[in-house]
Design a protein around this ligand. Sequence first.
Ligand code: GAF
Length: 399
Amino acid sequence: MSTKISIETLENGYKAIFKEQPARFYFAPGRINLIGEHTDYNGGRVFPCAISLGTFAAVKPRTDNEFHLYSENFAEQGIQVLTLGTAEIQEKVGNLWTNYPKGMLHYLIETGAKITTGLDVYIVGNLPDGAGLSSSASLEMLFGKILQDEFHLQIEPIDMVKQGVKVENQFIGLNSGIMDQFAVEMGKKDNAVLLDTNTLKYEHVPLKLGNHVIIIMNTNKRRELADSKYNEHRQECDEALKQLQTGIDVSTLGALNKETFDEYAYLIQSEPLLKRARHAVFENQRVGEAMSALKNQDLAKFGRLVNASHMSLQYDFEVTGKELDTLAHTAWQQPGVLGARMIGGGYGGCAIALVEKNQVENFEVNVGKVYKEKIGYAADFYVAEIADGPTQLQRGNQD
Ligand code: GAF
């Protein structure tokens, strides 16, 4: 799904389910990542942006202690009820979508949030499902924003981010880093977010791409294996770091530059571990170079660094696969393309390409044709709009 969702759509959807008028409307974005992949759990830098595709909600307070949650994207699951004060809101159940709001509710209450009454919540998202655009972080940060506004909670954005990461790591069991929740929560229209995941210092960098736009290319390959593989790659990075630490005092892979890494790489005892670590170190360095290139408006260099990131994810980190490789490699051959690469965890999901505005149509036709021929089914293409973080939507103000 990538269709536009208006307040009227939300209002009608809510009324059809809850048979009355909602009180307020909310939105949280998804994210893309310009560069800095698989660096966030290695103490490195990332350079993502929030996008205008995301998750929307219509909400009304209840007077009892129940949360009635309905998602249009999981309509077959009907209304799900979470009752405050019961053991059931402390546990994940199967793969239900409600585990994400449930986790946020659980941890916020645990850290002292006064939430004693419930809400009726209607949710609908237009992020393509399972496509690596952070639909889960979007849902977590959306729910965080709803709880914050509806119950007048005083929570710093960084603490909301950390609650979302805790939901992923401890409630859901995916050992992900901080990038997705951070990108969603700190998103700023027409800006990228440069985050140092070691210090949590960040800055907004205006995304000036001249006459280029960012095209999101969806492989339409679901990432079924992604979660277990993700945890595996993370462990490999940790193991490579441990082996380096036998000869050099270093706390994260992100703290090493290319030269020091080369000097001490002999300490890593297997080729796969060497390749994982090399990706983390080199990719982190590329983020800094890409940020400078963007600030200096050296867009050609920026694009080459984006391409180098894909190569490293393909050959060193080994998280691409033929679908993402076909999209990136085909994109590189098209006129008016600065660069292209896979984004997110990998194995499927999406890639991005920086494409000259007047070449967009050509680009989509050509890349789409090659992809269909090679892979056997179609890819989807969307022009990314860079958006703000979670917000309460007001009538008349929605873009
Ligand atoms: C996923 C994770 F959730 C992020 O934390 C990050 O590691 C990313 O994969 C890879 O860069 O989106």
